[in-house]
Design a protein around this ligand. Sequence first.
Ligand SMILES: [Zn+2]
Length: 461
Amino acid sequence: MARNSEPTTAPLLHTPAAATTTKLNKFVALLAFLSLASAVVFAVLYFSNLGSASKANDDKAARPLSTLRRPAVVLISSDGFRFGYEHKTDLPNIRRLISNGTSADAGLISSFPTLTFPNHYSIATGLYPSHHGIVNHKFVDPATGDRFNMSSHDPRWWLGEPLWETVARHNLTAAVYSWPGSEVKKGAWDCPPKYCPPYNLSVPFEERVDAALAYFDTDGDEEVPSLVTLYFDQPDHLGHQFGPDDEVITESVARIDDMIGRLIAGLEERRLFEDVNIVLLGDHGMVGTCESKLVFLEDLSPWVDVPRDWVEYYSTLLSVRPPPGVSPAEVVEKMRRGLGSGRVENGAKLRVYLKEELPGRLHYSDSERIPPIIGMPDEGYLVLLKRSNRSQCGGAHGYDNAYFSMRSIFVGHGPRFRKGWQVPSFENVEVYNVVNAILGIDGAPNDGSPSFPQSILLPTK
Ligand SMILES: [Zn+2]
């Protein structure tokens, strides 16, 4: 696997011996001074990432393309790559992207709820879940009574304009190697078999990387794709099973790093590594859960009965839709009385809201698909219907996106990204405009800030 051969530590600087009055010693002192000076120059060059291979205008304008005719983005998601995992062990390839690219200093802020489908589709559309329609992994459309699940590919569920559709609308090529929503045919996007394989969990990661690279091997008149996406379903699964601090997570992120190395090597072989803009990110973080941190809805029965068929989703987020004729406000009031009574185990760790009372920063009220009652457990706590013998020790996500544990990473590398630069954390709805700005195309209206790309990308001349 390709490993970064660039130096990882700055040379140690030795102070020169004190100069004496003899000529020889003056000469020795001069030599020492020169070697110190060159070491300092080297360190300055290294730390400012202006090594001999780079151009002096790195931090002023986008670097010109050498092989490609138009800009390209490879957008990579590593599911459940919590902010901070990049420091679990030595990850030379991810570190290479970070030190020669632009990263979010305290991670990428997930949209609420911090779940896989809502967030992947927020990244793809620039819309909050309430606006792109994928408000959870399971929900009901109250207008029709139809239920959404993660294999629903009917376009009526998937609102907004995802990146692949935006790219296709501009008559450019998008190759979407598995991304939630990519198999949904809508607008200019018809999910062409060559560029839109059905999601298959059993395809080895190496094969996914090789498939993404093969999209750049065009023959004749075929256009090189402007957008290639790549998805890894780890370290999410292991994070759920073992929690974020288990050693298997360290192994898993090292494996993701190997895949990034494989991608870099493949791009280098094709003389594309300096031309392609790589965006590496994740959809959400992960936090440890266990037996002592549970809240059971059955414990609320002295105050209010919340039957199973009112509950659309539970665990890190509680979604309750009482039937017509039952007042959500009354249910919330009774739930709050029970939770605040001191007689419900961990009752103080669950806050229950009418959706319109949720903090505005969550952007989670503006959709009929969001049930009227939303419960938010504190970090690491789970809401369950009733007691069981099943172990709950492991990891979970879906919580308030204000928790740092729910953040993921953002790293951008390539001609439009400043080298060795960090930007303040930002919300993942900004990514859509960033990708479109790199490609030089107009996106659909979205929740990102139109000026954000200027704050993170190098300008084109
Ligand atoms: Zn996920």
